[in-house]
Design a protein around this ligand. Structure first.
Ligand SMILES: Cc1cc2nc3c(=O)[nH]c(=O)nc-3n(C[C@H](O)[C@H](O)[C@H](O)COP(=O)(O)OP(=O)(O)OC[C@H]3O[C@@H](n4cnc5c(N)ncnc54)[C@H](O)[C@@H]3O)c2cc1C
Length: 376
């Protein structure tokens, strides 16, 4: 990279806080810091020309957990931890709506619907058994009344006739969300440098080595690189999980009017401007999808196309665009919020509901770092 002296001086100029990653967490953290401490100077280094991970590539569900997902999580981590995570998602969504505004989010309060495919009788009846107790849990922890309700599946007639509706969910446009967060960050005087990849982190000397042979000194560093974290910090327990997505051309008579979850959240679909957006299927080949590489595979695309045909016969001939995004997962769904030393704070591993949790995580990271910042 051919940086001029002026450019290099501008990019490497010391700031109180340096953030790696301009996804929802990096931007939200920077904005939260400025909200409480406008005097703190901040720069964000982002390797892509747009954020290049998950925040502008996701499906745009404003969701916090279907009954089958909660069931699975409670089994593995217990009710208390599961509800702590669900509450972080819920609070994050409220913060996001307030900060970005429903109009900029293109927020559509359409609810979330869990559907059950033809062989899922056992799962469905187990979920129905949980509705009452989970509604009590949602009420006790977050004040949400009658969160889950049993409804008719009027969408995919070849699947089971009952569905579970969550009246507090909705859908958004992720790019529009990120664009507004970017604008807010710029208005607050945060410097964002796109196209700068941090290639190495010299913890001893507090230096980031970036492409173009630039050494960038940091005072406080916040790592918000989610699925890509192991490229810089291989010892952290977060691995990449690719999610493939497709969207059809606009279609007539599309009656989808909710955000739909299937297969314990591994598959999801929704309506966007009379197009079907459908994604997921990572569970089909978990090892293959544990990758830093964007792209698609025939196996998962064929699987998604099969589901698309069940939702709307003929739609697989109307696919307009395909893409993938990479999120971060690990042994726990709890995000990693951790100081690595006195200077480096990490906020990663957002899992599949990072749009929900992102603003909340940003606030927590901001509070932790602000306590320690010494303005020079
Ligand atoms: C296909 C898909 C669908 C999803 N659907 C939903 C959904 O509907 N609802 C929901 O709540 N969540 C969803 N998610 C999850 C959600 O999008 C993520 O959890 C969330 O965006 C993570 O935000 P982040 O800021 O932590 O990470 P990212 O958005 O990945 O941001 C990390 C940034 O760090 C940058 N970076 C990484 N390494 C470096 C480096 N060395 N130097 C400089 N920059 C670097 C990357 O380029 C990236 O821009 C989905 C994810 C995917 C992939």
């Amino acid at each position: 990279m051919n940086y001029s002296f002026w450019e290099q001086q501008f990019i490497t100029k010391p700031t109180d806080v340096t953030i790696i990653g301009a996804g929802i967490v990096g931007l939200s953290t920077a904005i939260s810091i400025k909200e409480s401490r406008p005097d703190v100077s901040i720069k964000i280094l982002e390797r892509g020309h747009l954020p290049y991970g998950a925040s502008t590539k996701n499906a745009g569900f404003s969701c916090f957990g279907s009954v089958s997902e909660l069931m699975e999580d409670i089994d593995s981590i217990g009710e208390a931890t599961c509800m702590e995570i669900v509450k972080m998602r819920w609070l994050g969504l409220q913060m996001l709506k307030q900060r970005v505004g429903k109009q900029h989010l293109e927020y559509h309060h359409c609810g979330g619907t869990e559907l059950f495919r033809a062989g899922d009788h056992q799962l469905l009846s187990a979920c129905i058994d949980k509705i009452t107790s989970y509604n009590e849990m949602m009420n006790d922890h977050m004040g949400l009344k009658d969160c889950y309700q049993l409804r008719q599946n009027e969408v995919v007639t070849s699947w089971l006739p009952q569905a579970i509706y969550n009246q507090y969910e909705g859908t958004i446009n992720p790019m529009s969300m990120m664009q507004r967060l970017y604008q807010i960050a710029i208005e607050k005087g945060i410097s964002i440098f796109y196209g700068i990849e941090v290639q190495d982190l010299d913890q001893e000397n507090h230096i980031l080595k970036s492409g173009g042979n630039m050494d960038i000194q940091y005072k406080k560093l916040i790592v918000c690189t989610n699925g890509f974290t192991q490229m810089l910090l291989p010892h952290l327990e977060v691995v990449p999980a690719r999610n493939q997505v497709l969207i059809t051309k606009p279609m007539e008579g599309l009656t989808l009017n909710s955000g739909y979850h299937v297969d314990k959240g591994y598959v999801y679909f929704r309506n966007y401007q009379n197009r079907i957006l459908l994604g997921g299927g990572r569970n089909l080949n978990p090892d293959g999808e544990t990758t830093f590489d964007f792209g698609h595979t025939a196996q998962i695309q064929t699987y998604l196309e099969g589901i698309l045909e069940e939702i709307y016969p003929g739609a697989s001939n109307l696919i307009d665009h395909r893409w993938s995004g990479i999120l971060g997962i690990g042994p726990s769904k709890f995000p990693i919020i951790q100081w690595l030393d006195n200077h480096i704070l990490v906020g990663v591993r957002l899992g599949g509901m990072g749009v929900a949790i992102g603003s909340y995580l940003g606030k927590v990271l901001a509070e932790r770092v602000v306590e320690t910042v010494n303005i020079s």
